[in-house]
Design a protein around this ligand. Sequence first.
Ligand code: MRU
Length: 372
Amino acid sequence: MTTNTTKLLPIWQDETSGIVKVIDQRKLPHDFVVLELNSVDDIIMAIREMVVRGAPLIGQTAAYGVYIAALACTSNRDFDEDGFTSNCNRIKAARPTAVNLAWAVDRVATRVRGEHNSAAKVAIAQKEAVAIARYEADNCRKIGEHGLTLIAEIARRKSGEPVNILTHCNAGWLACGEYGTATAPIYLAAENGIDVHVWVDETRPLNQGSRLTAWELGRSGVPHTVITDNAGGHLMQHGRVDLVIVGTDRTTYTGDVANKIGTYLKALAAHDNGVPFYVALPSTTFDWTLRDGAREIPIEERDADEVRMVQGLKGGKTLSVMVPPAESPAGNYAFDVTPARLVTGFITERGICKATEADILKLFPEKTSAPS
Ligand code: MRU
């Protein structure tokens, strides 16, 4: 993403040292810190502690993790003597919900196993990690081009009045690379001179909306307003939301969508108010093995302190403060599942489709072997 003349990526490999570097998203928006990831443990920490987050970026980081795991191996023929497979499995277990994690690890590890000496294994791992990052960036751009048609149509209907789009969490370039997924149609609309305004759900508990999406949109000059997580229904009731676009961490081939906690409630409110509710995703976020999202998608439960504590800036310093009584227990369900019947459609790199098994498989016919 080009913002304020600086081309930023959420993950990259240093051209001279080869070291994998990431933006530490825990520190945004008030501090901009770059972290080096030098070991498999660093990769796992970065994914688990949400230095990096968002399904496509978790996949890209995991792919570099497999490259780092390969680099650490010295046995020429059998990488498993050096723990290659167990390291890949450890990376896969870093977080449970985003399906891109296992997809990326398996894709890179399979290519590594197909090579016969250490140098070739390391080289193919690096090539695949770079290819995955490029592939996701390309997917984002295509999602943007397809999603732009929806926004352009609403702008036409409103005779150029601003198109109000609500989004939840951060499915922007920080979470994906390039234009992001949910934000890609928005960035392209802005680039094409369409008047857009974004309602940014703050997205408790970690505030990926108010910290990350607001920061991204602000740097790109896209008009936006941060709102509380509970404001969306009210705004929809009063005709102030034309379209909802969210991302997803895992979507079944039948159209059920796991996304950041609170997404389901937005979908219910959108349904009740006749507001179109779209989910933007690359094909790497479809789970081609799961049928019933609510029963089968693993929902991460994170540390309760993420709910109890709130982080913010005071007197130039980032502080963390406790909100509820110190003795009150808290629950931290990180994702929920929006059933396909509440989803108007999917914006994918291959086009827009309805949230039905038949329509999804029409766009991705090579997946028709999905179990029924
Ligand atoms: O817990 P996170 O921040 O990794 O959550 C993932 C997300 O960023 C969102 O759920 C997002 O909307 C989908 S991933 C592009």
